[in-house]
Design a protein around this ligand. Structure first.
Ligand SMILES: Nc1ncnc2c1ncn2[C@@H]1O[C@H](COP(=O)(O)OP(=O)(O)OP(=O)(O)O)[C@@H](O)[C@H]1O
Length: 378
């Protein structure tokens, strides 16, 4: 996000300070790496009509924006939720482009004090779009200031300290907030209520990813055939960011080992080289499944024991491998630990022992956030 902002020279840009987009060696990581940062700016669809997938969100957002345009007023504030890499930043940019207004970008972690937010809000021009990424990570004091600003287009600037402090109201021109979050459950209700339009982005199905990959291949000048694109789409975990990244790795392979043409064979060999299997699992994912099935008879086994078995930190297993494995139904989180589901045994090509715990285990309630268990129509 911030790299793209810099390239476009937006007037106010706040770079996220928490390292949440830091580079990662995992080719199937849904987070943004440094390498992605550069390429993503070029691959983002610019208008709603060019945005493949998420048809409901696209139609609803299109209606909200068109109505606002006809009224000549800024639209309601927009909240976009969903896992990383599905297009929240892209849609925020599209909102501004469709309204033909500038976009300001900042993020929750960058707004730690109400004063930080006041500075951004007071510099907005009429109709501008303010993109607040990771909005659930804003400080409480900034959140309270945002309620007022979103509802009444006003901020109270506190002058002075202690008993002598006074609040000076500052009128703001009407503007639109586009908030993005991977954890909508963490947003306080009063903040959520200020958004007139809320959309949840879901994982993409393979057909949508195929469309996205064809478009990206065109923009990158990569020759790619349908079978090659399909193969990449099927391994992309329902996530456009991962799809675009895998396409670049297959293109690299094709350029070094062939004529640069992305076809089925190139996709299969290149993605095997990068340890991404036919359904998008990587080495860590498979290590977790192998340990669970081969060493612990399918579980249930505690997270820390499982982590030791795969030689990783418990936190890494829980936050990096587990969300996708749970979402796709390979493992189940139970009150007594992690258990392999029938899909895990099938994927490893092992027959589950009769004693394997399959049906009698219930998932733990309240485990989910926007990044874990969901649906992937791949
Ligand atoms: N529907 C789509 N069509 C084409 N490309 C897409 C689509 N959605 C996302 N992308 C591409 O995927 C990449 C990641 O998208 P984006 O940065 O908008 O995701 P995000 O949801 O904001 O992620 P994060 O939560 O990490 O900020 C970009 O290169 C973008 O162009």
């Amino acid at each position: 996000m911030s790299g793209g902002a810099r390239e476009r020279g937006f007037a106010s840009e706040v770079v996220e300070a928490d390292g949440s987009y830091e580079a990662t060696a995992r080719v199937v990581d849904p987070g943004r790496s440094e390498d992605d940062r550069v390429v993503e700016a070029a691959l983002r669809p610019r208008r709603l009509a060019e945005f493949p997938g998420q048809p409901r969100v696209r139609d609803q957002l299109g209606l909200v924006l068109e109505a606002a345009r006809r009224r000549g007023r800024p639209p309601d504030h927009v909240l976009l939720s969903g896992p990383p890499g599905l297009g929240k930043t892209t849609l925020a940019m599209i909102v501004a482009a469709e309204l033909e207004k500038p976009l300001r970008l900042t993020s929750g972690p960058a707004i730690q004090h109400a004063g930080d937010l006041a500075a951004v809000l007071s510099s907005l021009d009429e109709g501008e779009v303010l993109f607040l990424d990771e909005i659930h990570r804003m400080s409480r004091s900034a959140e309270e200031m945002l309620y007022l600003a979103m509802e009444d287009f006003r901020v109270d600037v506190i002058v002075g300290k202690g008993p002598g402090a006074t609040a000076i109201p500052l009128e703001l021109p009407p503007f639109t907030v586009v908030g993005a979050t991977t954890r909508s459950g963490l947003l306080p209700a009063p903040l959520r209520d200020r958004f007139g339009f809320t959309a949840h982005l879901d994982y993409y199905d393979v057909a949508d990813l195929v469309q996205i990959l064809h478009r990206s291949a065109g923009l990158l000048g990569v020759e790619a055939d349908e079978d090659g694109i399909r193969e990449i789409a099927g391994r992309s975990r329902g996530t456009p960011r991962i799809a675009n990244r895998l396409l670049r790795r297959v293109r690299d392979w094709a350029q070094v080992h062939g004529e640069g043409h992305v076809d089925l064979a190139a996709a299969q060999v290149a993605l095997a080289l990068f340890d991404v299997d036919a359904v998008g699992l990587d080495r860590l994912d498979r290590a977790v499944l192998e340990a669970l099935c081969r060493r612990f008879g399918g579980g249930p086994v505690g997270l820390s024991t499982l982590a030791v078995a795969v030689g990783e930190e418990a936190d890494t297993v829980e936050t990096v491998a587990e969300p996708y494995l749970v979402r796709e139904g390979y493992i189940v989180r139970t009150p007594r630990g992690r258990a392999a589901s029938p899909r895990a045994w099938t994927h490893l090509g092992i027959t589950a022992p009769r004693s394997a715990p399959l049906q009698d285990l219930l998932p733990v309630d309240g485990d989910s956030d926007d990044t874990a268990p969901g649906r992937f129509g791949g």
